[in-house]
Ligand binder design. Structure first.
Ligand SMILES: Nc1ncnc2c1ncn2[C@@H]1O[C@H](COP(=O)(O)OP(=O)(O)O)[C@@H](O)[C@H]1O
Ligand SMILES: [Mg+2]
Length: 241
């Protein structure tokens, strides 16, 4: 299986402070991988590097070029906050970078994320969960092969969160998108992922990787998921001390 995204020996420092010290992660087509770790261990830094938003690092990032994706950016990003433009409507926020916005595709995405009827609303009219759905639709607009998400559900309530998790799992299957999800939520990581990677230590390195051999749809109450969560919690607790 060839890697769609390959992060190789990534090292990053801010001035004298080394944040990442030789991190390797690969993501294959259609795969869902979670990156989990304690606060400040370098998760967002790594995601920004993978997204091409930070070029001041050592190591290599291999992603497909635009030619592999019909000239569009093969990498979509969803951040923790929706980051919507307040003066643009929902549909404009989803396709705002594109001068020749594909209206039919935007309408499809709005329906996919459950916002039908709100295409002309401004962000101030939306709840936190709705705004994050717009951000997810915007992340999908370029029909990316890879979607990078940085704690995308942490600002919404527990039920909306579960709903958005299922939505993202469904869309990733529907559109064959590989997902790299940064989260600090163990339930979320194991419920959604094919693999869960734990980043930890100072400077940050990969300390453990779990493979989750469960088909989908999954039951959140599955015993194996509980077993994995307990194991990962032990690893994270040891990192804290
Ligand atoms: N722009 C920056 N300048 C200096 N230090 C930074 C900057 N951004 C992040 N850091 C530091 O790098 C470390 C990792 O940050 P970050 O990647 O945001 O962690 P995480 O997302 O895992 O919580 C932290 O110690 C943070 O303070
Ligand atoms: Mg972060």
């Amino acid at each position: 299986m060839t890697a769609l995204l390959a992060l190789k020996n990534i090292k990053k420092r801010y001035d004298q402070h080394t944040v990442l010290n030789g991190v390797d992660i690969t993501l294959h087509a259609g795969e869902l991988v979670s990156l989990i770790g304690t606060s400040g261990c370098g998760k967002s830094t790594l995601l920004r590097i993978a997204a091409g938003l930070d070029n001041a690092f050592h190591g290599t990032v291999e992603v497909p070029g635009p030619e592999a994706n019909d000239g569009r950016n093969p990498v979509g990003v969803v951040f923790q906050e929706p980051r919507l433009m307040p003066w643009l409507t929902v549909e404009e926020n989803i396709g705002f970078k594109d001068g020749r916005a594909d209206k039919a595709w935007i309408a499809q995405l709005i329906a996919d994320v459950g916002l039908a009827g709100l295409q002309n609303s401004l962000p101030k009219k939306l709840s936190g969960g709705q705004a994050q759905r717009v951000a997810i639709a915007r992340g999908l607009y370029s029909k990316p092969q890879i979607l990078l998400m940085d704690e995308p559900f942490s600002a919404v309530d527990a039920f909306t969160r579960m709903h958005l998790q299922d939505l993202v799992a469904k869309l990733s299957r529907q559109y064959q998108i590989a997902l790299l999800l940064v989260t600090h939520d163990l339930d979320e990581a194991f419920y959604l992922s094919d693999r869960v990677v734990i980043l930890g230590g100072r400077p940050g390195q990969i300390v453990r990787e779990f493979t989750v051999p469960l088909s989908r749809p999954r039951d959140r109450r599955n015993d194996l998921l509980a077993h994995f969560r307990a194991e990962a919690l032990s690893v994270l607790t040891q990192l804290q001390v």
